[in-house]
Ligand binder design. Structure first.
Ligand SMILES: [Cu+2]
Length: 192
């Protein structure tokens, strides 16, 4: 009557082997597929005032606007004009270090459209009233009529992926709200 004891042991051994095999496969898959670094675009647009001025569904924010957790369109412009832009409009994180080959993904978790546009130097966007006197940077010039800018647009709930970033420092900003900025340091694989 020893068989019943041996069988569970044999089964357990087989199961452990499977788990080890699964673990090895997972490790290999991780090494071969590029990793992902995420940037989140945030804003607290007030649907009532934004959509009255800019069209229905422009702002689809889920913030509790009625309880004061949103910024009206006129307040957004007023704060930018004073040089104290609304901190609710933000890319997070502000700085990022990643290994070459990593996919950089920017997702719009705010309520309105943004752009995630690589620029040589930070500066103004294409909406004059939000620039606080800064000149529009060449990469944002023309707004969405410029195909290069349109390609970097992220709509509410969507994301874009940036691949093939070269080693060194890269700067990304929003071409609408130019105080939304991210600096990305790209390192080579061996580099720390
Ligand atoms: Cu923006």
């Amino acid at each position: 009557m020893r068989t019943p004891t041996i069988r569970p042991l044999a089964k357990f051994g087989l199961l452990a082997g499977c788990l080890m095999f699964a673990g090895a496969t997972f490790a290999v898959a991780q090494e071969n597929s590029p990793s992902l670094a995420q940037v989140v675009a945030l804003d607290e647009c007030d649907p009532a005032t934004f959509n009255t001025a800019l069209g229905p569904d422009f702002c689809k924010n889920v913030a509790l606007a009625a309880l004061g957790y949103a910024t009206t369109l006129s307040d957004l412009f007023a704060k930018a004009a004073k040089g104290t832009p609304d901190p609710g409009w933000d890319f997070e994180p502000d700085t990022l270090r990643l290994k070459q080959g990593t996919i950089l993904s920017a997702v719009d978790q705010g309520g309105e459209p943004h752009t995630f546009t690589e620029v040589a130097q930070f500066g103004g966007g294409f909406v004059d009233g939000l620039n606080h006197g800064e000149a529009v940077v060449p990469e944002c010039t023309g707004g969405f009529s410029n195909l290069a800018v349109a390609k970097t647009r992220i709509l509410q709930g969507s994301h874009i992926e940036v691949t093939g970033l070269s080693k060194g420092e890269h700067r990304f900003q929003c071409c609408i709200h130019p105080w939304m900025r991210v600096t990305v340091q790209v390192k080579t694989r061996g580099e720390k």
